[in-house]
Design a protein around this ligand. Structure first.
Ligand code: GDP
Ligand code: MN
Length: 488
């Protein structure tokens, strides 16, 4: 279910008490305006500076004197500009704890952190690992676009470079068929803000003929000390929805780091992806490059391709998402700095749909429908929601952390109920976000979580170490939240 601004004009025909409360006349002034504000969602966090000249290795420093020059790195073309200098170091959440207990401190210190890379950066790492990616040119200004438009081979895909997901759905991916469209779309995208994040640059990528969109990623499962090849034959922009509605299309193949990726893993993955036996070799090659060439080489904790395009006999990564473990070894960090030419650990910006209500139980959910259902459930057990806070489809750690901090700082909130339902969503990431928020906030409040998704075990462990109640059933969690608030 989605809510749009126009919904605010008429009350829903169906729904439950809390859902209808959003439209109730008594609450009209603040709530209606808040809902109408939904087009301009709540923003929190620090501004991240745009990537800049990142792709120039030091030995090509001559390029800096001519910022408009196209340079080739790892077989891909980029406009070079000034390099960003900066330290890779960032304060860990544990450094910021002032008054939290020792147990909490330990759990935060152990909670994994990671740095996110832009799509073009991920593809650069792919390319360095020998994974063929569509040709790409990075555009930072409309002038870059004008220069590139004339020599481009059409159609060209223009893609917003932001660290949040869901660009396609937000209009941040457009296909240009001629130079006019190229310049027009590039300008449009450069001016966009996607889920609170200002577009840093536009990537012009070679168009891929896509027959089928697959999902393929490698993640770390800390609870079993193994890696998981997460994959789906229904990749693309709706992967979170697929995970929720048809989890039978999400597959997990675990492998042991001491064994590595073997042919039988690739055979299983290829079969699940609906690929013929002739693809086994290609899948094996791709998986090994993702694992050895990206994951191990750069200390990544996530290497994700969505979609992985089936195009004739080829498998082509159309998108790339890589996150780097914040505890990456020094030589790795140096290598990354050299390849990317920027500090990927700067502050991030997050935005979510937030409506303040007059109750006392803070509500966080992913997706408008789930968030409303969560409010209803709290109401059913005699509690009053303090807000409607929807962090959107996939729950990422930074967003969860900012949302939790926001509610922790609200004096009306007596307890917080976080309800995250996903399949691709990583519970360990969500859990770390919540624990980090608690560590960084002065206000300590009871938090109740219902969490379903990938890496549930590890998520549960992170929460338990921090003394946070964990549930898999929504009604039990709702009751616990009402009890924890101690008001009703
Ligand atoms: P995201 O929405 O942020 O994940 O951005 P993606 O890079 O994954 O692109 C979103 C969608 O745009 C993809 O799932 C494709 O359907 C479409 N798309 C992107 N690039 C291409 C391309 O080169 N060719 C075709 N046919 N579709 C593309
Ligand atoms: Mn994608």
């Amino acid at each position: 279910m989605t809510v749009t601004a126009s919904d605010a004009h008429s009350p829903p025909r169906c729904g439950t008490p809390a859902t209808r409360a959003l439209w109730a006349p008594s609450a009209a002034p603040s709530i209606a305006s808040a809902i109408l504000r939904r087009g301009r969602p709540y923003r929190i966090g620090a501004r991240r500076s745009p990537p800049d000249g990142h792709l120039v290795p030091p030995e090509r420093a001559d390029i800096h004197s001519n910022p408009s020059r196209l340079v080739e790195v790892n077989g891909m073309h980029m406009y070079a500009g000034d390099r960003l200098e900066g330290s890779f170091a960032r304060s860990r959440a544990s450094d910021q704890i002032t008054d939290a207990g020792e147990a909490l401190k330990n759990s935060i210190a152990r909670a994994p952190q990671s740095m996110r890379l832009y799509e073009y950066e991920g593809k650069l790492l792919f390319s360095s690992a020998g994974i063929k990616v569509p040709g790409q040119v990075l555009l930072r200004t409309p002038e870059d676009a004008e220069r590139a438009a004339g020599s481009a081979k059409y159609p060209v895909v223009l893609k917003a470079q932001v660290l949040v997901g869901g660009r396609g759905k937000a209009g941040g991916v457009k296909i240009a068929r001629n130079p006019d469209e190229f310049v027009r779309y590039a300008r449009e995208i450069l001016n966009m803000t996607i889920r609170g994040e200002k577009v840093a640059a536009v990537l012009a990528a070679d168009y891929v003929d896509i027959e089928r969109e697959l999902y393929l990623s490698i993640i770390v499962d800390r609870s079993t000390r193994k890696y998981i090849i997460l994959h789906s034959d229904k990749g693309g922009v709706d992967i979170e929805e697929v995970a929720r509605q048809s989890p039978e299309h999400i597959f997990r193949t675990a492998f042991d780091p001491f064994v590595g990726i073997k042919e039988y893993h690739a055979r299983e993955v290829a079969r699940n992806l609906g690929l013929g036996a002739q693809f086994t070799g290609r899948v094996l090659d791709l998986l090994r490059k993702m694992y050895e060439g990206v994951m191990l080489r750069y200390d990544a904790d996530l290497v994700e391709i969505n979609p992985l395009a089936v195009s004739g006999q080829e498998l082509i990564p159309v998108d790339a998402k890589v996150t780097i473990d914040d505890n990456a070894q020094e030589p790795v960090v140096e290598e990354l700095k050299r390849v990317l030419g920027r500090d990927p650990s700067e502050g991030e910006v997050h935005e979510f749909n937030y409506v303040k209500l007059d109750g006392y139980i803070g509500i966080i959910g992913n997706g408008a429908g789930l968030t409303m259902a969560t409010m209803d459930e709290v109401q059913r057990f005699g509690g009053k929601p303090a807000d409607f806070l929807d962090i959107g489809g996939g729950a990422e750690r930074g967003i969860v952390k900012d949302a939790t901090k926001l509610l922790l700082s609200d004096p009306d909130v007596k307890a917080i109920f976080i309800n995250i339902l996903g399949g691709i969503t990583r519970c360990d990431e969500v859990a770390s976000g919540v624990v980090e928020a608690l560590g960084e906030s002065r206000d300590k409040k009871p938090i109740v979580i219902r969490l379903v998704g990938t890496n549930e075990e590890e998520g549960r462990r992170i929460l338990e170490r921090a003394g946070i109640s964990y549930y898999t059933e929504m009604d039990e969690a709702a009751q616990a939240a009402v009890r924890a608030a101690g008001v009703a």
